[in-house]
Design a binder for this molecule. Structure first.
Ligand code: A3P
Length: 284
């Protein structure tokens, strides 16, 4: 199944991200009003994208386009992005080092969504099992080691977080937690709207929260015929596979006590100095 993943910069990428595109990323011309939507896979990317879509469409003068991920497809992706006239919301799973430098030079806005890595690992395990664009995995046990060693698609969760964290002051980055969204979605939506400078009242916020609930989004995706070219994740061609459980703490049904210890030990070593990780690791 080597035709599904390939290595670039020491990171396993989907072959849906061509080598030529990955090599050309630095040629990308950013615009001041571009918004990057950054995540490690399975952190709630589609959820956040839908919230942004709803937020902007609640305000008529804002015309936005949620593009396909910047790392998705061939070199032509970069050309296609040029032809978009609206404000671009650009999803990506790339690590900070690989983000086109023009985004950094222009200090573009970015939202970085983080999810507890244990739940992220379990979610990605199911994605490996269900998604024909990812290699087959025999068991949770096997996948656990792949994730722990940073060999899953898009590389190490830890490196992704630390890379973005170290440079978080070089762009205008807003950090969002999946768990906080689950706990109090209106509060998160309000924070997102003030980061983006969108004025929304309480009624509009509660409307957006209704439309972006797990059940609502799952039901809607089952009704629509997903367009494989319209995706916010370079691994996704079937959006129906996205809405699985949408809960916090599923990892407890998968991690053995030994795996949990191993994972916690790695967290201690890797994330000791991480300010962003403190909010998630010791809560669940
Ligand atoms: P699970 O596999 O744990 O169910 P991504 O969009 O980055 O691929 O992330 C997918 C994960 O986000 C899945 O987690 C999915 O169920 C969850 N998700 C998607 N929409 C959601 C929503 N509206 N509310 C809560 N979780 C959601």
């Amino acid at each position: 199944q080597s035709d599904l993943l390939h290595m670039f910069n020491g990171i396993p990428f989907s072959t849906k991200s061509s080598t030529a595109l990955l090599r050309s990323l630095n040629n990308f011309q950013a615009r001041e009003d571009d918004l990057l939507l950054v995540s490690y896979p399975k952190s709630g990317t589609h959820w956040l994208a839908e919230i942004l879509r709803q937020l902007y469409s609640s305000k008529a003068p804002h015309k936005v386009s949620i593009t396909s991920p910047i790392e998705f497809g061939e070199v032509s992706t970069l050309e296609e992005m040029k032809s978009i006239n609206a404000k671009r919301i650009i999803p990506t799973h790339l690590g900070y080092d690989m983000i086109p430098t023009d985004f950094k030079d222009r200090k573009c806005k970015a939202i970085y969504i983080i999810r507890n890595p244990k739940d992220t690992a379990v979610s990605l395990f199911h994605y490996y099992k269900d998604n024909p664009n990812l290699p087959t995995i025999d068991s949770w046990h096997v996948f656990f080691d792949i994730f722990l060693h940073g060999q899953a698609v898009c590389g190490s969760w830890f490196d992704h977080l630390l890379g973005w964290e170290q440079h978080r002051n070089e762009m205008s980055i807003f950090i969002l937690y999946y768990e906080a969204m689950k706990k109090d979605l209106p509060k998160s939506v309000r924070k997102i709207s003030s980061f983006l400078g969108i004025n929304v009242n309480d009624n509009e916020i509660s409307e957006i929260c209704k439309k972006t609930s797990f059940t609502e989004m799952k039901t809607n995706v089952e009704k629509e015929n997903s367009d494989p070219n319209n995706t916010v994740c370079a691994l996704t061609t079937n959006k129906r596979l996205i809405f699985r459980k949408g809960t916090v703490g599923e990892w407890k049904n998968y991690f053995s006590p030994k795996q949990n210890r191993q994972f916690d030990d790695l967290c201690k070593t890797m994330l000791e100095s991480s300010y962003l990780a403190k909010n998630i690791l010791y809560e669940n």
